[in-house]
Design a binder for this molecule. Structure first.
Ligand code: GLY
Ligand code: MN
Ligand code: MN
Length: 484
């Protein structure tokens, strides 16, 4: 890879002519002059607003109404160093993308209070200056990182005024009056605010945006369906290459799913869990460096993230050779039954906790029936004894974050009531650790989870991930078909 020059002098009038690190030769006056001209006007003049422009405007209006008279600062975030001068792939903050539809690094949304609400401005890095050499000599120059939208183009796309983000820190440092910011994404912007914000007030802003996102609008539901549909294709891809994974490792599965995510979407929404054999009992197994063996199960928990940053979160536990053993099937069918009970409890007006309780009860019944824990079931559930093998909560909100709306208040989420438009996962599991001496040896090293993405509708629910089979016999038939 070609080494990038360090950023320097992006806004000054002085021409950039010499690399600081000395790795680049100086630029002659003649070359500097030559590089200034001979470039076509590429301004895009017929851009249409992004499809969700009305929704983002409505979300900003909701935010404005909640915090009258206060300046609100919502950054997209900056690149993060991976090593030396290479960076991790950028992913805009959820709050910023939700409120603007934009995903540009270093962008900042500012809502400036007015007499009757707020004026929103999107602060972005404009196109590179060609007069001072920035576009080809600066590390963030467009010849290094690619063309950006002009501020006029961005204004058309996102439907709100845009300004140069390099002017924002000084403007914020001078501004007076109450301000709240979404923290943790842009240290430079936070530094400009330092003595005017408190952690508690900032947290109220983050909580409000998290709760705004609990109920999805039609655009968001469409995006989540796209994410799930791509994920279904990714699972099919994996089944088709299980022989190659057997010849290599779990990494083949991770790479196969990632290919689908990158070709059809923005990325994976979280680290893919490609857990073969006993790795399935590790809840977030993302090392994915183990063997894939015929006769074992593969627990695949993966989700494609769309270009608009909505992610699926789906799990299937597959027999690697296409057929469950009797014991694998018994455990799988129990988890399926628990998931069915959980999904049936997802409906408007139900408590969020209901589907968890319904699934846990079924799993407790099975564990008692199999003699792994002493009944009665009531006692097991009351003391939570089943949790040695069920381990985690049965689901969570899903959206732009895989564990969506994570800072919503308990009363609005975990202790809340389901409403149409909420999307959540239902994902019971049973996990028998390889070193669990309390279960018969044949159970040890078996982990099963089934996870689907469920939309709460007016009269019940809809399984967005119904495109993947769920019963053990349907899974086997589906695998046989795909393996041809
Ligand atoms: N993929 C993480 C989870 O299922 O919550
Ligand atoms: Mn998952
Ligand atoms: Mn999940």
């Amino acid at each position: 890879m070609t080494e990038q020059p360090a950023p320097e002098n992006p806004e000054g009038d002085e021409p950039i002519k010499q690399r600081k690190n000395g790795l680049y030769p100086g630029v002659s006056d003649e070359l500097a002059e030559n590089m200034k001209s001979g470039w076509a006007d590429t301004e895009l003049r017929d851009l249409r607003p992004i499809p969700q422009a009305q929704e983002t405007a409505r979300r900003r209006a909701g935010l404005s109404a909640r915090f009258p008279g206060e300046r609100l600062v919502i950054p997209a975030g900056n690149l993060k160093t991976r090593s030396n001068d290479t960076e991790y792939a950028f992913r805009a903050s959820t709050e910023y993308a939700y409120l603007t539809g934009d995903q540009t690094q270093d962008g900042v949304l500012v809502l400036e209070p007015t007499a009757d609400g707020h004026d929103a401005t999107l602060y972005l890095l404009p196109r590179s200056n060609r007069e001072n050499g920035e576009f080809w000599l600066d590390g963030m120059g467009e010849l290094w990182v690619g063309r950006r939208n002009s501020l006029t183009e961005a204004q058309r796309l996102y439907g709100l005024p845009c300004a140069d983000v390099r002017e924002l820190p000084a403007a914020l440092a001078k501004a007076t009056g109450p301000v709240r910011a979404v923290r943790g994404h842009d240290a430079g912007i936070e530094a400009a605010l330092t003595d005017k914000v408190t952690a508690e007030r900032d947290e109220e802003l983050r909580i409000f945006i998290s709760e705004q996102r609990l109920v999805k609008d039609a655009f968001e539901i469409g995006e989540l369906q796209k994410a799930v549909d791509s994920t279904v294709r990714g699972f099919e891809d994996v089944v088709k290459v299980l022989d190659k994974a057997e010849a290599t490792s779990e990494r083949y599965i991770e790479g196969t799913f990632f290919l689908r995510a990158r070709v059809e979407g923005n990325d994976i929404g979280y680290g893919s869990i490609c857990a073969a054999g006993p790795h399935a009992t590790t809840l977030h197994w993302v090392r994915n460096d183990g063997p894939v063996r015929s006769g074992d199960l593969l627990l695949l928990d993966a989700g494609v993230e769309t270009h608009t940053l909505y992610t699926a979160d789906v799990t299937r536990t597959l027999p690697i050779n296409g057929a469950y053993t009797d014991l694998q099937r018994k455990i799988y069918d129990a988890v399926y039954e628990a998931q069915e009970a959980g999904i049936a409890a997802v409906k408007p007006g139900a408590a969020f906790r209901d589907f968890h309780d319904a699934s846990q009860r079924v799993l407790a019944e099975k564990l008692v029936e199999w003699g792994l824990v002493e009944g009665p079931v009531e006692r097991v559930v009351e003391l939570g004894l089943q949790r040695r093998w069920t381990l985690h909560g049965t689901g969570h909100m899903l959206g732009m974050d895989v564990h969506d709306c994570a800072v919503a208040r308990t009363e609005a989420y975990v202790d809340g009531v389901l409403e149409p438009g909420m999307v959540l996962t239902v994902e019971p599991g049973l996990y028998f650790q390889a070193d669990d001496l309390t279960v018969p040896e044949e159970y040890r090293g078996i982990g099963v989870r089934i996870e689907d993405d469920i939309l709460v509708t007016e009269d019940g629910n809809r399984n967005l991930s119904a495109g993947l089979p769920r019963t053990s016999s349907d899974v086997e038939a589906w695998m046989a078909r795909l393996k041809g």
